[in-house]
Design a protein around this ligand. Structure first.
Ligand SMILES: O=c1ccn([C@@H]2O[C@H](COP(=O)(O)OP(=O)(O)O[C@H]3O[C@H](CO)[C@@H](O)[C@H](O)[C@H]3O)[C@@H](O)[C@H]2O)c(=O)[nH]1
Ligand SMILES: [Mn+2]
Length: 743
């Protein structure tokens, strides 16, 4: 019988969107026509006209970057059921979960993520789950110990009945999981038992979280520890000693050493410790990284990712595999614009079609050797690939002073899957793992620069992905149905801003660093269009300047009786109106095509303006302060809430815009006050400026309302006073500028 060729593990699907492309070019032509019109009539108008020209030039460049990024969208279809024909043995995977604060990130959320990982549909003896706790919390550790006991019942139950969602809080919530189980009496009985056991687990965790408890026995190591000052604590909670596929994967708790004056590099530092400890313990060739709030929603996810890794002949094609970030229990119509559905769909699939998706920090599978700094050109070489011909001494310098670890790293770099593996995790935990988790271990080594996740940015994910792609690696996107992972998006208000500000800070830090995509494209292996795609994202914070400026032009014009828009009846007005109309329909159609509402489109447009002028602006400010050496930006963790879908949005007040004392709300409040002042006491000017003012006011409606409310839904008086002062200065300067310009 002739050998049958195994079917491909994945297919590449090119998405064609001719109408979209035509509209994108149409918008570009309108933008260019508008710029030309502005330049030709520059001498007839004043300062406002020139500022508008500068802002619109910036927007046009961004649009060019948008078109380039969206131009060749691609999708992958994976076939995990074909793996058994093509692959003799599935490779091991080390799974990392990071948590940082048991108050902001309640342990039950981390527990659910861990349970969903332990229960994935993959041979258990090929898996190990490592949890990093930057909060050094005995409650988190206790929760994991209790969770591992529950897992002994939960995992077999999930596998026996092919439960579709293996995070218990979701499975037991009111969401319809009718397809699960076989409906038999036996199933009903077991399900009831699971539910009782899970409730008991929740109760135990809640008890420990609410009261103080005697830290004795297993938990005495947490005695006298502080978040920022404690020795390394490593606990092997569960060990699959016999290497049995049907048992549970290893589960290890790690709280790395912290000392007050040692930088710990936030999540990147935690991930690097996880990489090293797991390198000593299991050294799997693939590593999966999830945030504590991102549970596995598709139990076959590792198999889907393996289709992409193992299905292509060239390793260079799949340096890492990223799954989309999708959020559960999003608020209806996405009032805070933080679900990013449309952004991921259109811009995301465009990037997938260039050099592959960015590393998004969670839901990502890496080849271990890539995190160790391997370049695609060095695959298969015997020596360390960071620089060719490294001897043991130089290796120790890059990877740190642990011979055992460098040995394990050398195995990983050379692609020897089982080259190095300890049989007894617990013995090892006491010794070498403690060494590599110490806070001084990285001193003078390549961690955070040459190897591991990158330091020096609040968005270590984007920068690390950029460094990998600058070395010439490509990445792949894994988007199975149902979605691979689901996570928490901030509830809105201040938290959402904190996150946007952190991202804007981190992206700007990356932009101005020596890792900048521009260098990556000139000196490294970053493709030109990939570089443009990175720039599109990294320019977020800088966008705040033209956005603020553009939004201030109408009140400026009303106050000074000047114009930044063509008058009604002039040719320029038609260009401008056509541009706005086509752009609005183009963006609206993206939402409707994705199955989202027009309301969501509007909410996202509005939040786009609000985020850019407030959170992104402060992101920029924090980078400027960092460069001036005044303040170092940190990593503010966002609050996660355990929700179940039966909370109604209205009851919980979700979706309502709330404020706090943070200066982040200053620009928005000032803009609104400036517009009010202009409307009340401005000179006459063109219709366009007035229409624009009304549009800005509608965009910033949450701020307008916030002015007249008190409590958490109102803008604090201190912010309003500050904004009033800024408004006074703006009005004064605007009036004064008339005189200056005449001189
Ligand atoms: O000192 C720290 C700070 C944070 N974290 C963890 O980092 C993850 C992300 O923190 P979160 O507050 O949820 O931030 P998000 O903005 O939701 O995270 C996105 O953006 C981050 C970069 O800003 C990436 O690190 C994340 O992977 C990505 O999901 C969480 O698991 C935290 O526990 C740590 O382990 N140590
Ligand atoms: Mn998060």
């Amino acid at each position: 019988m002739a050998d049958t060729v195994p079917l491909p593990l994945y297919e590449t699907v090119t998405i064609r969107m001719p109408i979209r492309r035509a509209s994108e070019i149409g918008i570009l032509l309108l933008l260019i026509t508008l710029l030309a019109y502005r330049i030709l009539s520059l001498t007839d108008y004043g300062l406002a006209w020139l500022l508008a020209l500068l802002c619109e030039s910036f927007f046009t460049l961004l649009w060019v970057a948008t078109i380039s990024t969206k131009w060749t969208p691609v999708e992958y279809k994976t076939y995990p059921e074909r793996l058994s024909q093509s692959v003799q043995e599935l490779p091991p995977v080390d799974m990392f979960v990071t948590t940082a604060d048991h108050v902001l990130e309640p342990p039950i959320i981390t527990v659910n993520t861990v349970l969903s990982l332990l229960a994935v549909d993959y041979p258990a003896h090929k898996l190990a789950c490592y949890v990093s706790d930057d909060g050094c919390s005995p409650v988190t550790c206790y929760s994991l110990v209790e969770a591992s006991k529950f897992a002994k019942l939960w995992v077999p139950f999930c596998k026996k009945y092919k439960i579709p969602v293996r995070a218990p809080f979701r499975y037991f919530s009111n969401i319809d999981h009718t397809s699960s189980g076989d409906g038999s009496i036996e199933f009903q009985r077991e399900r009831k038992k699971m539910k009782d056991e899970y409730d008991e687990l929740c109760r135990k965790i809640k008890d420990k979280s609410s009261g103080s408890w005697d830290l004795n026995g297993d938990y005495s190591v947490f005695h006298n520890t502080e978040r920022r000052n404690h020795p390394t604590i490593i606990k092997v909670i569960c060990e699959n000693k016999g290497g049995v596929a049907e048992e549970l994967p290893h589960l290890v708790y790690i709280s790395r050493e912290k000392q007050p004056h040692h930088p710990h590099h936030y999540k990147a530092g935690a991930m690097n410790v996880l990489t090293r400890v797991s390198g000593l313990m299991t050294n799997a060739p693939f590593m999966l990284n999830v945030d504590c709030d991102m549970y596995v929603n598709n139990p076959k996810v590792i198999r889907h990712a393996m289709c992409l890794f193992l299905g292509s002949n060239d390793e260079m094609e799949t340096g890492f595999v990223q799954c989309p970030q999708i959020f559960y229990d999003g608020i209806k119509d996405d009032p805070f614009g933080n679900q990013l559905t449309v952004l991921h769909k259109y811009l995301g699939s465009g990037i997938v079609g260039i050099q592959g998706p960015f590393y998004g920090g969670t839901g990502c599978f890496h080849r271990r050797k890539i995190i160790y700094g391997l370049c695609p050109t060095d695959i298969g070489k015997q020596v360390s690939p960071v620089h060719a011909n490294l001897n043991q001494k130089e290796l120790l310098k890059i990877y740190g002073n642990s011979k055992l670890f460098t040995k394990s790293a050398a195995c990983a770099l050379q692609g020897k899957i089982h080259g190095f593996r300890f049989s007894n995790l617990s013995d090892l935990a006491a010794a070498e793992a403690g060494v590599v988790a110490a806070c001084t271990y990285e001193h003078g080594t390549g961690w955070g620069t040459q190897v591991g996740l990158q330091y020096g940015t609040a968005t270590e994910d984007v920068m690390t992905g950029l460094v990998i792609q600058s070395r010439g690696w490509k990445s792949r996107f894994c988007s199975p149905q149902p979605p691979a992972f689901l996570g928490c998006a901030p509830e809105g208000g201040p938290e959402s801003f904190v996150q946007q500000k952190r991202w804007a800070t981190g992206l700007t830090e990356t932009l101005v660093s020596r890792r900048s995509p521009i260098f990556g494209a000139i000196y490294g292996g970053l493709q030109l269009r990939q570089c443009v795609a990175y720039l599109w994202v990294l320019l977020w914070a800088l966008r705040s300047i033209p956005e603020l400026c553009y939004a201030s032009l109408p009140p400026y014009c009303i106050l000074t009786n000047s114009a930044f828009l063509p008058k009604v009846g002039e040719a320029g007005m038609y260009i401008y109106a056509a541009l706005c109309t086509v752009y609005a329909f183009y963006t609206l159609s993206e939402y409707l095509e994705t199955g989202l509402s027009a309301r969501e489109w509007w909410n996202n447009q509005r939040m786009g303006r609000i985020n850019a002028t407030n959170a992104w602006f402060f992101g920029l400010v924090s980078v400027v302060l960092k460069i001036l050496g005044i303040a170092e930006p940190g990593f503010e963790v966002t609050q996660k809430n355990e929700r179940s879908s039966d909370i109604s949005d209205v009851d919980a007040g979700r979706g309502k815009f709330n404020f706090n004392e943070s200066p982040i709300f200053l620009p928005g409040t000032t803009l609104v006050l400036v517009h009010f002042t202009a409307m009340a006491g401005g000179d006459r000017t063109g219709l366009g400026e007035w229409v624009f003012t009304v549009i800005v006011m509608i965009c910033f409606w949450p701020f307008v309302r916030g002015l007249f409310r008190r409590g958490k839904y109102g803008i604090p008086m201190s912010t309003i006073y500050m904004s009033a002062v800024l408004t006074f200065i703006f009005v004064h300067l605007s009036k004064a500028s008339i005189g200056w310009l005449r001189l």
